[in-house]
Design a protein around this ligand. Structure first.
Ligand SMILES: Nc1nc2c(ncn2[C@@H]2O[C@H](COP(=O)(O)OP(=O)(O)OP(=O)(O)O)[C@@H](O)[C@H]2O)c(=O)[nH]1
Length: 255
């Protein structure tokens, strides 16, 4: 059984801030958002967690191994260095989707994302260190087979982008709705998914669904661990085996 700890990070009252006292330059907003994501990725990564940029004003992180004071230090540091503050809701669940629902509810109960008075909320409970196991997180690292040869070197860049995004859109919805997994585009042709405990036939069915729906062919490396980093590294090694052996699903799986 997986036991994923998910943190939802939300920029406080960001919508109004982007237009106060007048609309701010778009490139400044893009710079702020990408720097904030880089900062959170580095700080959460230093604890073995993974952060995903998602919508930039809402960032989703897998934070197994981090306690509430670890979160508080990051929140304080962002508040000291940026013109915006962040709120954090932490959730636990048997599936990553369930954990995210709990994390989201923690913030929503304190008020709207655009509530002037809801600032630097930090709520939720973290995993008991004595109950952590090497199976707490399962990460699936998906990659489009030969994206360079089929798309990048053949089509114009926007047509390639549409193919990759269509594959991602199909995968993210299917994994979430059918299995309670959370899939995130991480660049190039790569998608990293935080999954419940799935096995080879399920990954084969997922790949088949994306191929028949979006005409994009995927391979996947799967790894388990007590932190996102450990599970994610094992998944990357699984993907290397796919590339070497020409297989579609590899990694720490039951069969
Ligand atoms: N975030 C992230 N991006 C990656 C990773 N590996 C590759 N990429 C991205 O994916 C792009 C394509 O690289 P590959 O996936 O190795 O190329 P490919 O042509 O699909 O070849 P195969 O994966 O071997 O089928 C690169 O330009 C990177 O942008 C990874 O581990 N993480």
């Amino acid at each position: 059984m997986t036991n994923t700890q998910v943190t939802l990070i939300q920029i406080d009252n960001y919508g109004p801030w982007t237009v106060t006292p007048a609309p701010r330059r778009e490139t400044d907003l893009q710079t702020l958002q990408s720097r904030l994501f880089a900062d959170l990725s580095q700080q959460i990564g230093a604890h073995g967690g993974y952060a995903f940029f998602t919508r930039f004003d809402n960032i989703i992180a897998v934070t197994n191994g981090m306690d509430v004071p670890d979160h508080a230090r990051i929140q304080e540091s962002i508040g000291n260095r940026y013109p915006v503050t962040i709120s954090m809701g932490i959730g636990l669940g048997e599936t990553p989707a369930e954990a995210l629902v709990e994390a989201t509810t923690r913030l929503q109960e304190q008020g709207s994302a655009q509530d002037q008075d809801r600032r630097e909320v930090l709520l939720g409970s973290t995993l008991n260190p004595t109950e952590r196991t090497d199976e707490d997180i399962q990460i699936a690292h998906f990659d489009v087979i030969d994206a360079t040869g089929k798309y990048t070197d053949q089509l114009d860049a926007f047509s390639t982008f549409i193919h990759i995004e269509q594959g991602y859109a199909t995968l993210m919805r299917h994994l979430h709705d059918e299995y309670g997994g959370l899939a995130f585009f991480v660049g190039g042709d790569n998608v990293i998914a935080v999954c419940p405990e799935l096995e080879t036939p399920e990954y084969e069915a997922i790949i088949e669904h994306v191929e028949s729906t979006a005409n994009v062919t995927l391979q996947v490396g799967v790894g388990a661990g007590s932190t996102a980093h450990d599970a994610g590294m094992a998944a990357k090694h699984g993907l290397e085996v796919c590339r070497e052996e020409g297989t579609r699903v590899e990694g720490s799986l039951a069969d």
